[in-house]
Design a protein around this ligand. Structure first.
Ligand code: SF4
Length: 263
């Protein structure tokens, strides 16, 4: 018989942009793998997105994103190890023939970006300036290759889509999204981004240093080569790691803003 998971409630207060944000979380009380806390972080991301949507409404504007409009799925989707492995698991659990079709799309997308030389550019991404990184991401978008998980215009893992996809909402006309380098894009602002700090937790320590991000298209290949580490911690300990990663992210963001305003 499967053992019932023990849960505990944690009250969390974060200070974001000098504003207190209070949350209640139900966390596994016993040691679990990092992947177990991913649904908790997805829920947290959704509540931050809701705050962003309310902010848009308060300004008398509307979020333009809706089912079937998917130009944003042509963007580079950066994920970390946790989300890459989750994507791989979700694809493996898909029924046939969908699983084979999606796997084929991953493979043809990778072939395209390997042949074009774009994927190779990621090897030196850490040495690039922000401007150069933006150019690389823009180049990716204008290749016009949709995410391999987009099927019939809809995300095939919508409920489990990466946090970075949840955080991409706009209040500008939807048609502008097909030409973001030349048309204005009004991105919805959230209290903070959770997608970047997520990449800082649950990484396999045996791999040494993890890449700063993986493009989503590498998820299946990467997960096959590097399975999830056996490391287990309580939900509270994983969330402590996550909040530490979030704190670092906020600090870096403030430093970056400071250097922009002083340069
Ligand atoms: S994961 Fe889903 S929402 Fe994100 S880019 Fe791919 S298809 Fe679009």
């Amino acid at each position: 018989m499967e053992e019932k998971e023990e849960l505990e409630i944690a009250q969390v207060t974060l200070t974001i942009n000098e504003q207190p944000v209070e949350m209640e979380m139900t966390l596994p009380a016993q040691p679990v793998k990092a992947s177990r806390v991913l649904p908790i972080l997805q829920k947290m991301s959704d509540s931050f997105v809701k705050v962003g949507e309310e902010g848009v409404a308060a300004q008398g504007k509307e979020v333009s994103c809706k089912k079937g409009c998917n130009a944003c799925c042509n963007h580079l989707v950066p994920v970390g190890e946790l989300e890459a492995r989750n994507i791989s698991r979700l694809v493996e659990e898909m029924p046939e023939p969908k699983r084979s079709q999606i796997k084929k799309r991953f493979s043809s997308t990778l072939t395209h970006f390997r042949k074009s030389g774009w994927l190779e550019k990621l090897n030196t991404i850490q040495t690039k300036t922000n401007k150069e990184r933006l150019e690389i991401a823009t180049e990716f978008f204008y290749e016009g290759i949709s995410c391999p998980l987009l099927a019939d215009g809809v995300c095939s893992i919508y409920e489990n889509r990466p946090l970075v996809c949840r955080e991409f909402l706009v209040a500008s006309p939807a048609e502008n999204c097909s030409d973001p380098a030349n048309k204005p894009i009004d991105r919805v602002q959230f209290p903070t981004s959770l997608s970047t700090p997520l990449r800082g937790i649950g990484n396999n320590p045996e791999l040494g240093s993890s890449p700063p991000f993986l493009p989503l298209m590498l998820s299946l290949e990467w997960s096959e080569k590097f399975p999830e580490s056996a490391e287990e911690k309580t939900g509270k300990a994983w969330m402590t790691d996550f909040f530490e990663s979030l704190r670092e992210y906020e600090k870096d963001k403030k430093e970056a803003l400071k250097s922009v305003s002083t340069s």
